[in-house]
Design a protein around this ligand. Structure first.
Ligand SMILES: [Zn+2]
Length: 392
């Protein structure tokens, strides 16, 4: 007699910690993380530019912004929302729970459940699919984006964890949740003990020891961030620099470090080269303090033309960031003491995982990695490649 075993579903749980960096999870205060780091496969995940609203769409679609069309939260006064996205995402392939991921508002029907993330104005059909989940979410005290104070963050995390524990028992192949809370807090509370990583350890204990998620050899757990974080102490005022250096008529700042040149094509090309050179030459104590990326270096594809001509990023390694306008090109940072770093985290656990494949892991490789873990073919148009060697 033959027994036909249905192939077991390969389930993937992705825990997104917005703004997590290795130095924050690899500390003696976090023994469970220490254990998981020792057991799993770890690699820094490079996010360029290190912008939340660009990085998460890249991670879930496997393409750069020139193909998914989201270049930031805003250009000038215009805000970007999920309905501007041009590329298919993980939930177009896998039955999913997509919980609180940035740039998913307004939500769309998927096979599963989708709860939007930051920039969600209010409850309603555009925030939750299916909307029949709204009463349950409200009952748990779920919020789309917490206010920036410790108490509000604690409540929002607790509510989200309750929602995770409920949805875990619904049908899914991909469970993708993001804790934006870390990015929000670390800008202002860097250097203080942020207690919430312990909450994540508890969540992981629940997942692995109570639910025994990884006891099934087909299952995988990924812990990822959209970018890292580093301490900062100085603010570079890009608009002030533009003004003082005679560029005000030729360029405008669209969003975080995004420069759009004005004028005709030829003029723009000439100015772009000149401006790139001038910005790269900005020095403090003999050190260049800005990374400057021409569009073609970081964005390619059918929508790339819509992106900024140059993206400027103050070097966090030297303690520089953008901040409120101060009227001085460089001044001490009074509001923020932490800011984004290109090096985020990628930690993978599961019995099938044998190690890594690539020297440099990039944000859009996560999509390809998840698709491969799920046993799916990779769509040919993606930029990413799988990061893991799997047991054959
Ligand atoms: Zn972020």
């Amino acid at each position: 007699m033959f027994f036909f075993r249905r192939p077991q579903k390969k389930k993937i749980f992705v825990l997104g910690l917005d703004g997590a960096v290795k130095a924050l999870i690899d500390r003696p205060q976090l023994p469970y993380f220490e254990k998981l780091l020792a057991k799993g496969f770890y690699q820094d995940l490079i996010s360029r530019p290190a912008i939340t609203s660009v990085a998460w769409p890249s991670m879930v679609s496997g393409v750069n912004a020139g193909k998914h069309g989201i270049f930031g939260f805003r250009v000038g006064e215009e805000l970007f929302f999920a309905d501007a996205k041009k590329a298919p995402e993980l939930w177009d392939y896998l039955p999913s729970i997509a919980l609180n991921i940035p740039m998913t508002y307004p939500v769309r029907p998927i096979e599963g459940i989708m709860i939007s993330g930051m920039m969600t104005p209010d409850w309603g059909e555009e925030a939750v699919y299916p909307s029949s989940e709204i009463p349950f979410l409200r009952e748990q005290g779920f919020v789309f984006e917490p206010e920036i104070n410790l108490e509000a963050v604690q409540q929002s995390m607790a509510a989200k964890i309750k929602v995770i524990k409920e949805y875990f028992h619904r049908p899914w192949e991909l469970f993708f949740v993001v804790f934006r809370e870390f990015d929000v807090l670390q800008h202002f509370f860097w250097g203080q003990e942020i207690p919430f990583y312990q909450e994540i350890e508890n969540l992981l204990r629940w997942l692995l020891e109570e639910e025994k998620f990884l006891n099934s050899p087909e299952n995988s757990l990924l812990i990822v961030s959209d970018h890292g974080f580093a301490p900062v102490s100085q603010v570079f005022d890009l608009e002030q620099w533009i003004k003082e250096n005679g560029w005000a008529d030729k360029v405008f700042v669209g969003g975080w470090g995004s420069l759009y040149l004005r004028g005709g094509k030829e003029e723009k090309e000439k100015n772009k080269k000149e401006l790139e050179k001038a910005l790269k030459a900005v020095k403090v104590e003999d050190k260049e303090i800005l990374d400057v990326y021409p569009r073609e270096e970081i964005y390619w594809g059918p929508w790339a033309e819509k992106g900024p001509d140059l993206v400027v990023s103050p070097r966090r390694q030297l303690g520089f960031t953008f901040g409120l306008r101060t009227g001085k090109i460089i001044s001490p940072s009074e509001h923020k003491n932490g800011c984004h770093l290109e090096e985020g985290i990628f930690l993978a656990l599961g019995e099938r995982i044998r190690g890594g494949k690539k020297e440099e892991a990039r944000i859009f490789d996560v999509f390809a990695t998840i698709m491969e873990l799920a046993g799916h073919k990779l769509p040919p148009e993606i930029d990413g490649e799988p990061l893991l060697q799997l047991q054959s």
